[in-house]
Design a protein around this ligand. Sequence first.
Ligand code: NAI
Ligand code: MG
Length: 490
Amino acid sequence: MSKLQFDGGWEYAPAPESTDHIEVNERYGLFIGGEFVEPASGEYFATTNPATEQQLSSVAAAGTEDVDRAVRAARNGYDKYWSKLSAADRGKYIFRIARMLQERAREFAVIESLDGGKPIRESRDIDIPLAAAHFFYYAGWADKLDYAYPGRNVRPLGVAGQIIPWNFPLLMAAWKIAPALACGNTVVLKPAETTPLTALKLAELVRDADLPPGVVNIVTGAGDTGAAIVDHGDVDKVAFTGSTAVGRAIMERLAGQDKKYTLELGGKAANIIFADAAIDQAVEGIVNGIFFNQGHVCCAGSRLLVQESVADEVIAKLRDRMETLIVGDPLDKNTDIGAINSAAQLERIEHYLKLGRSEGADVYQSSVPVPKQGYWCRPTLFTGVSQSNRVVQEEIFGPVLAIQTFRTFGEALEKANNTPYGLSGGVWTDKGAKIFRMTQGIRAGVVWANTFNKFDPTSPFGGYKESGVGREGGLHGLSAYLDLVAGEAA
Ligand code: NAI
Ligand code: MG
């Protein structure tokens, strides 16, 4: 249990969110053509709660035949219904999804925390409201696409195949589904194998919202199912978020195929703290940047570059703050850091902890208690690392921060850019001019100044270098789901 003993002798009482109102079926089929169907494969797999290691439900593993069935349903949904509707009516359906998500927010938040391990405070205040916000935002675009691209005609692509990861399960589903539908496409979406439940709940919601059959199809399964979507001949667009390794494999498979694609991959972002920054505020920002969602964030601030003159102060404050973070029950409203998403991910993080030590890093771990059952990782710092260390170059995807120092602006920028990634970055300083120079210099899709991990459906998101191809979100996120052709707007 997440109880915290302070020096003063007081502690937070447990404040677990109730699960009474939650309905999770023992078993889920595939959501194809507007209804749940048994998989032709006949196979199911378990999804568990990473905080307890207990099984929550059993979900269908879609094989090639099932994926084909889902793509045919999506094509049918496109030909028969979605492409026949007026854009304004399409928008109304998407608004309906957004409103129903808001109404059922608590249910979605609890299931997200149960299935994926993230603290309820985050699923309740960030994941679910932002998912609804994406549907609201893109619903508004549905009948205004011609104004988004003056002088050009816009056409939907057709069927979008979408593959998402486990770190923001419902939010990633919303990122993918909302713009696709607004632009007039139909979708086949595959959630990650460790976190399928909120996508399946979304399927129920889509059914309750009376969307025409086949407009949204949800198929569950692991990498093979994803690969079958990528390879399907009648998919017009592939949207993927996940690891750089799989993203690269998908790109290779797509070479020579006539499909549009967007890939949103890994990151190794630097948070850069100058000596003139508001230090306490910056320390909070770093904590949020790397410990938020157990560090399971592609744009996490997983590196800290701190100006030498304030390094000791910043590191001391960081350590103090890490001692007060509560690691434990994701359903407890006081919890700061929940469960690591899976045994495999914990293993990967622990591999990097060992690797860091063998590379000569000093490792500091907070001494906070963690539960016995489940997958946990205490907040961790690496110091004494250099630019060539693998723990400085590679994505760890856990609550692990690599700290380096710098003396000059140029050195900070050089180090910030010196990884294969380029998804995000953060700069902390009192000087506007430094912010502008740094944001111009960092080769990353998003750079935050004096804040971190702020998201909004109107802002485009995406990477440079090995962090991906294309942009999602905002106006940019529309063109990823449209063909733009010359001509007069209708
Ligand atoms: P992954 O990239 O294997 O999984 C992401 C999604 O892709 C899942 O839905 C998975 O079923 C699917 N997938 C797997 N293989 C596929 C294939 N060959 N074709 C099509 N779809 C496929 O990521 P994994 O193994 O869960 O995590 C490994 C590492 O990846 C993490 O430690 C982390 O560093 C990184 N990662 C990055 C994410 C991001 O948002 N940038 C999200 C998840 C993981
Ligand atoms: Mg799970």
